[in-house]
Design a protein around this ligand. Structure first.
Ligand code: FMN
Length: 329
């Protein structure tokens, strides 16, 4: 009969495998999934996979590291739902900058209902780029989403209606700068469209046929195939995820906050679209920084809305097979 110690070691191995699977559902810039996991014993190590980063769009790797932060939070949600306490060391090795976190699993903990709910929500969460319904978002819901971001040391600034004009202007400016750059066009073409069938990238089925001229959004360089009904974005709420610093650790924490806030929004029945174009261009990132009420650095713009209940939900964006994101021992 196997010893209790061996049985627990096997349960830990299974919990780590579940965590890697949960993390694979995380959102990432252009669906690059720039993470790589190494599991051994009771440890899970998270690395930035530089082969899936965007040299032109994201030269500082801020959005890649932010994406890895979202994957880290998804993994921690899974461990909590498996009844495992986890201790996280972020950026554990100053000499190895791609080593973003080490998660050490120790004692068993009681499984909270909220942890199970968050794990279920991971399977439901997705980017819904369709126009939103003309229903206002409850301020209390926005408060709960902001609290979820705060739980990860990151804040959410909800834009006032008048600030939207500045966001539209910054978005247009960023988009013009990017689309005039041939290297940017080539990179965008590489990561979008139906030819990209390797389990990464954004397929045309989730890109709208037409883009809105009046609300901030992202140009993907070509029209997609997602049919959209009427464009009534008027009740969408735009917010800035921001924090005190502008370095690797801040971007990792911002990704964890993005995951926490997005899971909460999904549980509250709201749709979310991250908008990173203004963050990608230095001059417009500064313009977005000016929209904050106090000091801080912007990490990502988010659109919240009440999702279109009538139209068919867009298909899910594909993911890499797990073995492509796990380092074999
Ligand atoms: C850091 C970051 C930046 C993103 N920027 C945009 C964006 O500007 N526009 C957009 O439509 N989606 C954006 N997304 C959403 C991704 O395209 C999406 O997460 C990815 O394609 C996977 O799809 P899913 O979220 O439906 O699982 C971003 C996501 C992250 C994490």
């Amino acid at each position: 009969m196997p010893s209790a110690q061996l049985v627990d070691a096997q349960a830990v191995t299974r919990a780590l495998a579940h965590a890697i699977t949960a993390a694979s559902h995380a959102p990432s810039i252009h669906n690059t999934q720039p993470w790589r996991w190494r599991a051994h014993g009771d440890h899970l190590e998270l690395f930035l996979d530089e082969s899936r980063t965007l040299a032109v769009t994201d030269p500082d790797l801020r959005l890649a590291i932010l994406s890895c932060g979202a994957a880290l939070h998804h993994a921690l949600v899974s461990l909590a739902a498996d009844g495992r306490h986890a201790t996280v060391t972020r950026l554990p090795d100053k000499a190895e900058t791609t080593h973003l976190a080490t998660v050490c699993v120790d004692a068993r903990i009681p499984v909270e209902a909220s942890a199970v709910r968050h794990l279920e929500t991971i399977a439901l969460r997705h980017t819904d780029r369709r126009p939103v319904q003309s229903a206002a978002i409850d301020a209390q819901k926005l408060g709960s989403i902001a609290a979820a971001a705060e739980s990860q040391n990151t804040s959410l600034h909800v834009l006032r209606p008048r600030q939207l004009f500045d966001l539209v202007a910054a978005t247009d400016h960023a988009q013009t700068i990017e689309s005039e750059d041939e290297a940017w066009q080539a990179e965008m073409n590489h990561w979008t469209g139906d030819d990209h069938t390797l389990g990464t990238g954004i397929p045309d089925t989730v890109i709208a046929r037409e883009t809105s001229q009046t609300t901030p959004g992202r140009e993907f360089g070509h029209p997609g195939r997602m049919a959209i009904a009427d464009t009534h974005h008027r009740t969408a709420v735009f917010a800035i995820l921001y924090g005190p610093g502008d370095d690797d650790l801040d971007w990792l924490r911002a990704g964890e906050a993005l995951s926490a806030a997005w899971l909460k929004a999904t549980e509250l029945g709201l749709s979310v679209v991250p908008l990173s174009v203004t963050i990608e261009v230095t001059v417009t990132r500064e313009a977005v920084r000016q929209l904050l009420s106090g000091p801080g650095h912007p990490y990502l713009v988010l659109r919240f809305g009440v999702p279109d209940g009538d139209g068919a939900c867009p298909p899910r964006t594909p993911r890499l097979p797990a073995e492509r994101t796990v380092e074999q021992p």
